[in-house]
Design a protein. Structure first.
Lengths: 327, 327
DNA sequence: CTGTTAGCGCTTTCAT
DNA sequence: ATGAAAGCGCTAACAG
C-alpha cells in the first residue's frame, strides 16, 4: 500500500481534510477531541505529511540551494557547517549541488533548483557569473560567494584578500623584517592577484622594495621558491606566501638548508589550514574563517527571503594568526 | 512580477499547457514549429520549470535525503563527496540534514524529508535506530550507515570496526609494542564501542593487559589523554586512538613534551583522514575509505528506488596503513 | 469550530 | 499532433 495521504487520515478520523491540516499544524481553532481523533488516525496509518505538496501549496520550500565547486577537505565541510549552523535554527534545509567546474552541469543544476528552494547560495570561482545568472530565475534570492565577474547587483560575499595581505606585511614590518619576498599564487587567479596587490601596496607604504616570486599554490612551488631565494643570495628576512601550502613547502626547504625559521627568515602563509598549527614551528598566517563565510551567506539569504532587500558586496576580513615570534 | 509559470508560456505561445510540457521535455510528438514557438516564449519570459510541482506530479523528487551527525572536518566532506560522485551521474540531488545528536531534532528532520526525497541515507551513530524508524514512512527506501540498534530488515552498511581495531593492535604487538593504551571515542557511540571491543579482544589474545583512557574523538581530547599518560608515568610504548584526530592531538602533545614518536611511543589512529599522511611523522592508521561508504550507500539506495529489493547488511573492512616504522 | 472548494504548477490520460 | 481536464497532496479562503 502506498503512503497514506491527508485524505486517508480524514476518512479514518471522519473529518474533513481541512480539519486534519489544521489539527496537525497546531492551529488553535480545533476542538481538542477532534484533534485527538486526527492524531490517532494519523499515527495508526503511519501518516507523514508530504513536504513537497506542502511547499507547493504554501509557495515556500524551506530549503536553500547550495552550489559549491569541487571543494576539498576542510574547506568544503567548514563552509557547509557554517551554513548549517544558521539554517537549522531557521528550519531550513540545504539542497546541495557540487558542480565540477563544468558550466553546463552547473547550469543544469541551477535550473533544477527552481521550485525546490527559496533561495540560492552560489560559489563558483571558475564560472563566469553572467553564465550563472542566465540559468537562474531573476526573482530567486541569491548570494554569491567569491564570484568571478559582475554579479549585476546581486548580493555578494567575498574575502578581503587585499587588506589581509597588507595586514600581514605590516605585521612582518612591525616585527623588524625589511626584506620581505612575496610568493604569489597561480597567475590569473583572482584571490592570488588580490593578495599580491595587498603585498605591493603595504610594501610601498612601508617604503620597502617589493620582490615577487611567481608560485602556484603548491607545496612544491614553495620549496622551489625557497631554493631560488637561497641561490639568489639577496638579503631576505621574510617570505610571505600567498597560501599556507607554499609557505610550508618553503619552510621545510629552508629548514633542510640549515636556515633558521623564523630566526633568519620568517615564513608566513595565508588560509590557516589545519596543518599550519600542527607543523613546527607553527606558521604565521591569515585565518580565513570558512565557517563564518557559510554562516554569513545563509543569514543574508534568509533575510532576503523574508523580504529584506540586499545587494551589498560584503567583505570578510581574515584574521592575523601569529605563530612565529622572534623573541 | 512573479515567476512565469507554464500557463504564461502557453498563453504567449498560443498553445495548450500540455504542449508546452511536451515541447520542453523533449517528447517526440510535437511539431517542430510549435516546439520552437514554445521555446522562444519560454526564453522571453525567463521561464524555468518549477521542480517542486514537477516532482509532485511525477511522484519522484530526484533527490536523496542525507542525515548525518555533526561530523567534523574531513570525514564529513569525504562521505558527502562519495555520495555526490554517485548522485550526480544519476541526476539526483542531495538534501542535507545535520542532526546534532539530538533525537528530537533528528526526528523532525526525518519527517520533513517525506515528500521531498525519493530515499534516505541515515547515519546516526548516537541515536537508536528504533527511534529513527518511528519517524520515517515505512515505505520510504533507506540505507542505514553504522546504525545503532536493530535496523529491522532495512538495508545497512557498516564498517567492521571490531576486526579493524583488532588488526591494528595485532600490528602494534607484532612490531614489538607491549604497553598499548587505547584512547576510546565518545561514550555511547557505537563505532567507539566496537573499536574498543576490538582492542580489548586483541589485547586479550596477545596476553596483554588492556588500558583504556576515555576520549571524545577530538584533537583536544587526544592532547589531554597524552598529558595524562605522561603524568601517569606507567610504562607506555604505544597509543591506539579510536580516531585520527585524537591520535594527532596526542602525537603533537607527545612531541611538545619531548617524547619521541614513534621511537618511545608509537601512535596509531583510525580513519586515515588526509591529514594523517601530511603530518610528520606520518600516522599509522586504519583506512576507512570514507568516500566509498558514501558512494556505496548512494548506489544501493538508487537501486532500491528503482525497485530492487535490498535488506542486506554490508560490511566494509578498513585497511591497515603503516606509516610509523621503528627501524 | 468545521466542511466545501479552489488553487499551487506541473504531467498525463483521454479525446479529437 | 494537439487540447481539455483530471489529478499529485496539501493549504487557505470562504461559508456556515
Amino acid at each position: 500500500m502506498a503512503q497514506a495521504t491527508i485524505r486517508d487520515v480524514a476518512k479514518k478520523a471522519e473529518v474533513s481534510v481541512a480539519s486534519v491540516s489544521r489539527a496537525l499544524n497546531g492551529h488553535t481553532n480545533v476542538r481538542s477531541e477532534l484533534k485527538e481523533r486526527v492524531e490517532t488516525a494519523a499515527r495508526e496509518l503511519g501518516y507523514f505529511p508530504h513536504a513537497g505538496a506542502r511547499s507547493l501549496s504554501m509557495a515556500r520550500a524551506h530549503a536553500i540551494g547550495v552550489m559549491l565547486p569541487d571543494l576539498h577537505g576542510e574547506f568544503f565541510s567548514e563552509v557547509v557547517r557554517g551554513m548549517d549552523r544558521e539554517a537549522s535554527g531557521r528550519g531550513l534545509q540545504l539542497l546541495l549541488s557540487n558542480m565540477h567546474a563544468n558550466p553546463d552541469q552547473a547550469a543544469e543544476a541551477l535550473r533544477t533548483m527552481r521550485g525546490r528552494v527559496d533561495g540560492l547560495i552560489v560559489m563558483a570561482p571558475d564560472i563566469d557569473t553572467d553564465t550563472l545568472l542566465q540559468h537562474m530565475p531573476a526573482t530567486l534570492p541569491a548570494v554569491f560567494i567569491n564570484c568571478h565577474g559582475d554579479a549585476q547587483g546581486r548580493a555578494e560575499l567575498r574575502v578581503d584578500n587585499f587588506a589581509a595581505a597588507a595586514e600581514m606585511v605590516a605585521h612582518l614590518v612591525e616585527t623588524g623584517r625589511r626584506n620581505i619576498v612575496h610568493l604569489s599564487g597561480s597567475a590569473g587567479n583572482r584571490e592570488a592577484d588580490e593578495r599580491e596587490r595587498g603585498y605591493r601596496e603595504a610594501m610601498r607604504k612601508a617604503g620597502l622594495e617589493p620582490r615577487v616570486i611567481c608560485g602556484n599554490f603548491t607545496e612544491t612551488g614553495g620549496a622551489e621558491a625557497a631554493a631560488a631565494i637561497i641561490e639568489d643570495q639577496k638579503p631576505t628576512d621574510a617570505v610571505f606566501a600567498a597560501n599556507d601550502m607554499m609557505a610550508i613547502g618553503a619552510m621545510v626547504a629552508f629548514r633542510d638548508a640549515g636556515i633558521g625559521v623564523p630566526q633568519q627568515i620568517a615564513v608566513a602563509g595565508f588560509d590557516d589550514v589545519p596543518l599550519a598549527r600542527l607543523i613546527s614551528p607553527g606558521l604565521t598566517t591569515m585565518r580565513v574563517n570558512i565557517a563564518d563565510i557559510g554562516a554569513r551567506a545563509l543569514a543574508r539569504l534568509a533575510d532576503m527571503i523574508d523580504g529584506r532587500d540586499d545587494s551589498e558586496v560584503e567583505c570578510l576580513r581574515p584574521e592575523l594568526i601569529v605563530r612565529q615570534t622572534t623573541s
